[in-house]
Design a protein. Structure first.
Length: 156
């Protein structure tokens, strides 16, 4: 079971109404307080006013580019936004690098399931665990701590 702080705000910004509603429902059912925005300016305003713990931002958001939204959030240091999960159908290396420079912490390629998104959000909001103690024996074969659980995870 997901250990969610009740009322943790997640802002979902996607211009596709069906995707937006599906993600909002999935996040609500998982115990998060999902907020929805259908344009770049609406996402920016909600991020400033509601201060979500995490923003799911579609690369193809309308009226502003996702990069313009992230740059505006980065400029306003008086009201920091939480983590950013960038999603999109055409996420290439250049978009990932540009997003990372603007504060993106993870990316997901569309299409994805609502369950996959909830799992990613949960991983991103999970408090960092303390570093494990050093291995006492030389040649220990323990896997490195903090590795993503699958090869599909893209954390920056």
């Amino acid at each position: 079971m997901n250990m969610v702080q009740p009322g943790t705000r997640i802002l979902v910004a996607d211009s596709d109404r069906a995707v937006l509603e599906m993600l909002q429902i999935r996040l609500d059912l998982a115990g998060y307080h999902a907020l929805a925005a259908r344009s770049g300016p609406a996402a920016l305003e909600m991020a400033h006013n509601m201060r979500p713990a995490l923003m799911v931002l579609d690369l193809a958001i309308t009226e502003m580019t996702a990069f313009e939204v992230m740059a505006a959030l980065q400029r306003d240091v008086s009201r920091p936004c939480g983590q950013i999960l960038l999603v999109g159908k055409r996420l290439g290396v250049d978009e990932v690098k540009r997003g990372a420079a603007l504060g993106v912490r993870a990316c997901m390629l569309k299409p994805f399931s609502g369950a996959d998104l909830v799992e990613r959000v949960s991983k991103m909001l999970k408090p960092a665990s303390p570093a494990p103690p050093p291995a006492s024996a030389v040649g220990s074969r323990m896997p490195p701590a903090g590795r993503p659980s699958s090869s599909s995870d893209v954390f920056i």
